[in-house]
Structures are given as C-alpha cells and as structure tokens.
Design a protein around this ligand. Sequence first.
Ligand code: PMP
Length: 360
Amino acid sequence: MLPQRAYNFSPGPATLPMEVLQQVQQELLSFKNCGASIMEISHRSREFSTLAEQSIARLRRLMNIPSNYEILFMQGGATGQFSLVPMNLTVHGKADYANTGYWSDKAIQAATKLIDVNRCTPDNRTYTSISKFDQWQLSPHADYLHITPNETIHGVEFFEFPNSSEVPLVADMSSTICSRPLEVSRFGLLYAGAQKNLGPSGITLIIIRQDLLARSSSDLPRMFSYREMHAHDSMLNTPPVFAWYVLSLVLEWIEQQGGLVGMGERNAHKAALLYAAIDDSDFYHNAVAHDCRSWMNIPFSLVDTRYEADFLRLAAAEGLRNLKGHRAVGGMRASLYNAMPVAGVQALIEYMREFERRRG
Ligand code: PMP
C-alpha cells in the first residue's frame, strides 16, 4: 500500500512530483541495470556522464538558453552564491543591489563583506511592493545589478525586469526558476538553489553569459571560481550525484508537463485561485501589492490572529502541511511550486472556507 502523501506547502525543501519520486524508488537499487544505485557509482562513469550531459541539454532546451551562456552546477546553495557572485564578477569593486525582501537583504549582507554595495531601491521596510524602476538609483560604474525576482518569504515577485543593457543583470531565481518562460538573454547570470522547483537541496544551478566567465580572477580558490568550474564541466570534485540525478528527472517531468509554457499556465491558475479565495473573504488577508504578488509563495494572515495556531493544527490534520509563515513575517504561507497539483490548492481553499465558516 502506498503511504499517505500530504499536500506539502513547504517553502523548501519542497514537494517533488510524485512521478519523480516513484521513478527514484524504482531505480534506487540498480540504476539503468548497472547493479548499483546512482549514489554508489563514479561521477566519471558512463552512466553518470550521460545523465549529466542529458540534463544540461534538457535544461538548455527547456529554458531556451542561448548558445553564448554556460550552465554550471555547484554546491553551497544560493547562500554560497551570495558571496561567489561578487567574488567572480567584480571588476571595480562596486555593484547595485535591489532590496525587495528578506533574501535580497541576505544577498546584500554577504556582498557587503566583499565589495561596495549600492542599495539602489528606495527604503521599503514592509516589503509588500517593488518600487518603480525609474526610482532606482543606479551607480555609474557598477559591475552588475542584483535582483531577487521572487522573494520567498515576503511573497513579492517581479513580473518585469529592469532594463540594464549597460551592466549585467544578476538574479537569484531560487524560488521562481522554471515556473514560467523567461528571457534568459536579459540576464548576465542567474542562480538558484534546486530545492524548490528543480529537485532536492545540495545542488545549485548557475547560468552565466560567456563573457562574464572570463571575469573570474585566477587568484580565487578553484572551488569558488566559475571559470574553473566551467573548465571542469562542474566536476572539479565529486558533485552531489544524487541531487543531480533527481534534478534531471524533475527536468524531464517539466518537459512532459508542457515545458515552461505549461508550467506558467498552471502556476498562474493555481495562484489566481488562492488569491481570489483570500481577497473574497474578510477573514484572510494578503498585504502584497497586486502587481507583484508571487505565484510561488503566498503569505496570508488571519484578520483575527488568535485563530492562527488552530488553523495550522487542523490543516495539518487534514493533510495540508507546512503552512506556517516564516518567523520574519508570521501568519501563514502557501508555497505553490511547480509540483503542487491544482487539487492541492483546491483542497486548501476548501479547508480555508470551512475554517472561516466555523470561526468567522
Ligand atoms: N534565495 C532565496 C530567494 C531563497 O528562497 C533561499 C532559500 N529559501 C535562499 C536564497 C537560500 O538558499 P540556500 O538554502 O540554497 O542557500
């Protein structure tokens, strides 16, 4: 009998597609009949090299990545990239950073240890909106402009990107990667921890324009250098083989679901359902401006906060798990990543209506 699976609204590590988990289970003891699991064979083996090559080709196809971009896989998560981006991309020791929420603030704190950071966005401590791009104060000799297109905690998402033809646009895509089509050529560098839309934690995706690879100084420790990583096909040392394998299955799954166009349509639909349920009620509230409400992470509160603990406890009993908001914001948060089915969102809405009927 299959164990009962809950609808898992965790912000990350997050729910994975059922089909992927089942394939992992099937192949666990003997990967492609090689007599061992993928975790137990060399990353230099034919089996793993084929998997790595295919996953890179698939990602290129899925995201329509132009040929002048390279794909790297590294360890250390998106947090590692907060430091590696300034280490590798700096030329003049100065970069612009948009501060739009908790995670962009973390990126700023890490970069500040290494370079001069110009917080180019107007002060905005509530993080419920994104200021108009013409209010951003960009510095004349910035090495790059860093943005966080989806703020996982505050639930704020960019649906347009600043035009930065003069300096490369760098984006922490951790919680929005592959959720909808993206024009990669607008960016100089994209990075994302895998554990939301791409697979398990432990592997980090970097997509970098070729001219920026050359910026990495040869003085950097090899493990921290984009140029070195690229020169060694992301296998300067033993890569996280299991995470890479699951990521490759997730990419295959996304392709089978209609690629990023299919994902985008489904994600827009799921988010619209939940925002409508919140907005139609006087019992629930979402504070984010309508033009930047995240499709991936939807924070909401109960107008009467006394009921929040009950809301979470009873939700969990109904198989609706991990809805507690981040401690920085409080309340609830539903993360609706690619692998969350529409039925999960519908079950949540039904539960919210029933809870409101009883307590409202
Ligand atoms: N950036 C964003 C937008 C995130 O959501 C997260 C994790 N929740 C991080 C960075 C940190 O990622 P990691 O744990 O992979 O370092």
